[in-house]
Design a protein around this ligand. Structure first.
Ligand code: NAD
Length: 251
């Protein structure tokens, strides 16, 4: 007989309680769905607000797109920055913040986990952070923090004066920050439980972290409003809003 969603939640909850009691390692791996209830659009889901249904990713989130039209890309990121500055964390961020031992590996470029109270040392931003700008020339190495409410328009790098500053996020076709990737892989390969929250699990190499956990014997709990690329790897798949499911999973 197949399990009802309520049975699955109860089983997953019992497992989480066990992990917490025995201080076994839990890692959360999140994506844009974690921040969806805060009003920040996701990239891919059935929601008509999903960003890629309105904009072409190759123009807005790629080195080629920036090369072709740096002003448009900067303006688009500044529009997203202002939306993120206005956003409040939701019940999912707040629930995760109640468990300071859980490492947060996130694909999100927003800072809502930190805003909810997660220590910055416990957040691994695999795809960078939108509140940073860096020189478009890697060899220059200049980086600075930007005010999300009043982000600066396109400007030259003040250090090398050779190229523009660009958002400190990882674009399509770019490598992930090496330290963040190595740390996330190492922690996830040692965890007992991987919580996969609000990700389509279709963006690589980040999505490879889920099979890494699974193959090391970790239990995988997937929380998503719909089935995803992580469904087939889940021990428990809890369908619903992260802000509803997470507090029920930990209560
Ligand atoms: P994605 O857009 O590909 O997938 C989002 C997933 O979240 C979907 O599977 C959807 O069903 C699910 N979802 C939507 N609302 C949900 C909710 N309330 N609760 C639970 N699940 C929900 O996102 P992704 O997998 O993170 O894709 C990766 C890329 O998207 C990353 O590079 C990331 O940087 C970028 N991104 C980040 C933000 C952000 O920082 N908040 C926003 C948009 C996109």
């Amino acid at each position: 007989m197949s399990k009802t969603p309520t049975d699955s939640l109860q089983d997953a909850k019992a497992f989480i309680q066990d992990c917490l009691k025995q201080q076994m390692k839990i890692v959360a791996f999140s994506g844009a769905g974690l921040s969806a209830e805060s009003g920040i659009s996701t990239f891919r889901d059935k929601n008509p607000d999903a960003l890629w249904s309105k904009y072409d990713p190759t123009q807005l989130a790629s080195p080629e797109g920036f090369q072709a039209n740096p002003e448009m890309v900067t303006d688009w990121y500044n529009w997203r920055r202002k939306k993120i500055a206005e956003a409040e964390c939701n019940d999912a961020h707040r629930e995760l913040a109640k468990h300071p031992d859980i490492l947060q590996v996130t694909q999100n470029v927003d800072n809502l986990l930190e805003k909810a109270g997660v220590s910055p040392e416990k957040v691994v931003h695999l795809h960078g952070e939108i509140n940073k700008d860096r020189c478009n020339q890697w060899s220059c190495g200049y980086e600075e923090e930007v005010d999300l409410q009043q982000p600066p328009r396109l400007r030259k790098c003040p250090q090398c004066n050779q190229d523009y500053l660009r958002p400190g996020v990882v674009w399509f076709g770019e490598s992930l920050p090496e330290d963040a990737w190595n740390f996330a892989t190492s922690e996830i390969s040692q965890c007992h439980c991987l919580l996969v929250i609000g990700t389509s699990a279709t963006v690589y190499p980040a999505a490879n972290l889920i099979p890494v956990a699974k193959h090391q014997g970790a239990k995988v709990i997937v929380i998503n409003t719909e089935t995803s690329g992580a469904s087939h790897l889940s021990d428990w798949e809890l369908l619903g809003q992260a802000g509803d499911i997470l507090p029920r999973l930990f209560c």
